[in-house]
Design a protein around this ligand. Sequence first.
Ligand code: IPD
Ligand code: CA
Ligand code: CA
Length: 258
Amino acid sequence: MERMALQQLNQAMQDVMRAARNRVLEKMGTQLTVAEKTSRRDLVTNVDRSNEDFLVHAIRKLDPAARILAEEGRGDQVTSMTGHVWIVDPIDGTMNFVHQRNHFAMMVGYYEDGTPTLGYIYDVMADKLYAGGPALGVTMNDQVLPAPADLDLADGLFGASAPLLIHDRFNMQRVIATSLGARILGSAGIQISQVLAGELVGYLSYLRPWDFAAGRVLAETLGLVVTQVDGTPVNMLSSGAVLVATKRARHAVLAIVK
Ligand code: IPD
Ligand code: CA
Ligand code: CA
């Protein structure tokens, strides 16, 4: 897509994300319907579903060529990254949404023939919208977001998911002991946005495509690295332990997890 068209699409998508946020805030004033998916720790609500409907519909209107991979199944069966692929997580951190009414995000990533092109992470309660991509740079609420400093693991806080740390998967306890401390928030989107903002030097969690599709676009645009925990490239159509980090922190983490 040409730069002009991409700029227009980026503006339109930010409007969509803001409209989606307003709808979510409205629905938060009403009774939520909460269901368990695979376990009592894996929830879905009526708001996840209706927000996904809203986002999928809006994306199809903006991009009739879109093929959409969406967490709650409102999109398409996407089995290749050919063409225009959009990846949607309507509420990231549903557990927080239900139990804290805080610390959850909405995320959309756009890939053209597999190339990371546009990404959106909206921290709903903090009202922080991270948006952009390699051709346009990254903004936070329309202000240019500078690339974070390339800090080492020892010089920053590190984000993790609780299971990896509790079970010491990938030597996580040593990773954390090497850093300035662990931060666990329960939303991949918000923790990745903290890496974008330079508040964390890295984040490691077992993630599904919609958990990191938007974050990958934004992180790589800012000179951060997104790989699997063994250092190999991520695959946007499969799940795995994904590391988002500064270059120096990545180097240190990979040396420890080996
Ligand atoms: C979850 C959150 C959580 C992460 C899980 C994700 P969801 O997303 O991002 O922080 O540890 O792996 O599944 O299910 O609330 O969209
Ligand atoms: Ca979700
Ligand atoms: Ca998620």
